[in-house]
Design a protein around this ligand. Sequence first.
Ligand SMILES: [Fe+2]
Length: 386
Amino acid sequence: MTTIKNDAWSRFAQEHGPDFATVEYISSLVTAPEAIAGTIGHSLMNATDPRVHEAIGLPRIRVFGPSQLDYEASEAVVHSKYDGSNLVEWLQAVTGRKDVCAAFNGVETWSSKIRSTIYRSIVEPMVTACGVPPRGLDFYSFIAVSGFTPFGIHSDPEPSFIFHLGPSTKTVWVWENDTLPKLPDNREISLHTDKYLKSADHEFTLSPGDFLCIPAGRFHLFRNNGPAVFLGMSYYREDNHDELLQAISTLVRRSENQQDLANTALVAASNGEIHRELDRRQSQRLSRGHLGPYRILPVELFNVDLPAECLDVPFAVNNNQISVMGQSISVPESISDEDISRFFQPGKVLRAVDLQKLTDNPSEGNALFIALLRVGATFQTTEAGS
Ligand SMILES: [Fe+2]
């Protein structure tokens, strides 16, 4: 399914990437905003499911009130299973906040559906147009009702890409560096919005489907004009210093010698471990399509009696191992790689009974059906499966 105007998106990435140094607005870039918002809903369903928490851990979802982080409401959202109803109304009910504003990080890591949509619509054309993002991408969503963003005027260290999904509009102000190079006293944010609004260099009212690129370090401010959702993307530019620190820190954490950190780092440098760790990090990002790591969902989430949709994802099967965007899972040995490839066709509806025909043992067909779901090759609404 096409969700983004491929030509306009590729042209934008080619002309402005990989630096993305100018403010760029594209009207109606997203052709199916409600479809993308729906995939965010699927992520939230999984991320708030207690069975997923038990197996994988908790999501990062923060709920804000005006100029504050609301810990109680954040806890309430994480621990109330989203039922697929109207997203904003559900958030309001769960948090008891009419003015709810929620941030959901790593939104692409919780559902195979959003992952395939984001990869095929946004990431793949962008990489073709302007190359590999040096340190990967991060997707998040803001869901809010009204008023200014709780942290007011702020800037981000990476370029921000806003895919506005609606249903209401959102107003965005952006200041160029010459106009507002920094806030007084080197403050990181300002809630004195009235004081600055007139001096903004850009003002956009984003309708559902509109896109905005805000370069790194530019101060900006959002105002919600009604209930709305957006999908955000951070593009991590090259930072060799940070990359090296992360690699060393991973090696030190893995090391048995936690007491003598300097020596551990020295040994890792002298025997080539740091090089290997740097290479490993990069190849992991490449294999998972520059997205955050996919969370293999627990078996209990899926139902063998319900159909699944084969997703449009990079898919490989070799020696009874299925690999999908950096994750792999084993399938029963009685089923050949050729059979798996034959049955896995993007867009096709797959049923466990189809796979049972591949083997005399129905439980092996069922195991393959579940394996495809778990690795993110297929999709089944967990709402129906629960
Ligand atoms: Fe921002």
